[in-house]
Structures are given as C-alpha cells and as structure tokens.
Design a protein around this ligand. Sequence first.
Ligand code: NAP
Length: 316
Amino acid sequence: MKRYDVIIIGAGPAGLTAAIYGARSKLSTLYIEKLSTGGQAATTDEIENYPGFPAGISGPELTANMEDQARRFGAARLAANVAKIEVAGEWKIVKTNKGDYEALAVIIASGAAPKLLGCPGELEFRSRGVSYCATCDAAFYEDTNVMVVGGGDSAVEEAMYLTRFAAKVTLIHRRDGLRATKIVQERALANPKLDILWNTVVEEIGGSDIVEKIVLKNTLTGETRELAVDGVFIYVGLEPNTSWLGGLVETDGAGYIKTDATMLTNVPGIYAAGDVRHTPLRQVVTAAADGAIAAFYAEKHVEEYLAGNKTKGVKQ
Ligand code: NAP
C-alpha cells in the first residue's frame, strides 16, 4: 500500500491550499478528487471577494492557479472516489476505487453539494431544464425564460449571471427579504432584467421531455399558478459531503464536521477544512485559511510521530 505523510480528500480551495502548505513543508502529500479540480468555487463565474484580485477572478482560473501552485511544490494528485477511511493505530487507510492509500494525517476537504428543493419534477427534469450550476449551463438558455429558486448569495449571484444569457430571469424566494450579502442584493434589485417573486414557493416543475412549466404558490395568499418556463436553477443551500464517512468523525446536527481551532476532528490525525466543516462563514478565503491551518497542524502531527518512530516515517 502506498504511504504518504498526509492525504487530502477533496480539491476545492480548502484541499488545494492544504496541498500547497503540506507539500511546501516537505510532507509527502497526496490529494484525491473524484470530480474536476476546484470544487464549488470552480463553478462560480466571478469571485470578487478573494483578496488580491481587485478586478475579481473567475472561479476556474483561481482554483487552477491553486492547483498549479500545489503541483509546483510536489503534491501528488489522484483522481479517485474515496469510499471510506479506516484507522489502524497511527496510520489512516484511505480506501478508494483505485486502491488503498495510507497516511499519518488525513485532511477531509470534501466540501458541500447543492441541496435538493424536493418538489415533484425536480429529479425527473434534472439536466433537462433543472440545473444547479448556472456557470455550467447558462449558455444553453440563450434568449429563454428561466427561474432561479433561493434568496442566498448563490441564487442571487447566479440569477444575475443568467441575465447575460436569458431573455428573462425571475428569482423565486420564499420570504420577503433576501439572505444574500447587501451589495449583491443592491445589484440584483437594480438589475432591469431580473424580476423577483417574493413569498413564493415552487409546488411542481413539469414538462414533456424538457422543462416547460412551473407551478408556484404564494405563501401569503395560498394562491397557486402555472407559468411557462424554459429552465429552473435551484440554489436553496448546501449539504456537507460527509455521508461517506459513516460516522467516523463527529458531526453537528446538519452533518458538518466538528473541529477545534487547529482543524482537528475528534479522531487524532484526522483534520477537516472548508465547507465540509462546522463553521460560521463559507467563502473561498475561509476555506483556504482552513486548509492552511489543517496542513500546519497535520505537519506537527507527522513530526511528533517521526520523533518517536525514526525509521517508520515517510517524510522526505
Ligand atoms: P444559503 O445562504 O444557505 O441560502 C439558501 C437560500 O435558499 C435561502 O435564501 C433560503 O431561504 C432558501 N431556501 C432554503 N431551503 C429552501 C426551500 N426548501 N425552498 C425555498 N427556498 C429555500 O445558501 P447559498 O446561497 O448556496 O450559500 C451557501 C454559502 O456560501 C453561504 O454562506 C454563502 O454566503 C456562501 N456564498 C458566498 C458567495 C460569495 O461570497 N460571493 C457566493 C455564493 C455562496 P431563507 O433565506 O428563507 O432561509
């Protein structure tokens, strides 16, 4: 079984930053990602609040730069799906569909995924008019009539992105006030191509082969109505990618991993970083900071082991 000092699971901003810090500290570092690199940040058209880029930077470009930086310092990459982590004394065995890998420290940076809305038609029309990624799919909706569900940063930012393509964009929000950051709200309210339907929920998404209609309900009056629509983009929050851990580390009620200030979980040698962690703020900058802290303390963990086991370590 191939051994590393540290294995990082996930290659979004948290995982890639951990890989930069781990590899730069001369730890033998492997990062594993089952999808394409960059995580959710790579599906964001423009990131304008990551320090150092006053004109903003695209999510794909920022995360590709992070990966280049990690590779430059010698981090190894594995494209694989991690099924579970087993603890065997000081070593953690990371079991993947491409074999087993062993490390003294593991950093879980498996991120979070879009939550489902849960209405009839959502799954049936997924990828046939129902989307969770405007950055990926907006070009298919040129000159169409689309709706975006949600009132957080993701929904509002992606709705504005869609106005560059679609003829008409309507934001559907269940309350009468947006959750998104104030500056984002102001831009949305001033965008002439963006309409907002307040106090409205989606009852059903329908169509034949592709999405053609949506049934909406006004939460104040109870009135329902059916509208023609070409696409529905759903942004109703996130859920952590932690079910694969099978309860190995302690999580909060929503499934986010609990850590201390060093990013350590309740299992020695296993750290968590980024959106997968129980944290008050989920941004690229906080994910990157988590990754740096996790790698810093993973290095200390490895050094402590090596100090007591001079011949067994894999530190380069
Ligand atoms: P979020 O902040 O959790 O917002 C989810 C939105 O969906 C809320 O407006 C919520 O309504 C609504 N919602 C939830 N369940 C619903 C349901 N069943 N039916 C209808 N509406 C529902 O999620 P997010 O926008 O994906 O953002 C996740 C995190 O990433 C946040 O911390 C956000 O700040 C961050 N983020 C930051 C940026 C940025 O800084 N540029 C960009 C994107 C995301 P209520 O408001 O009524 O609860």
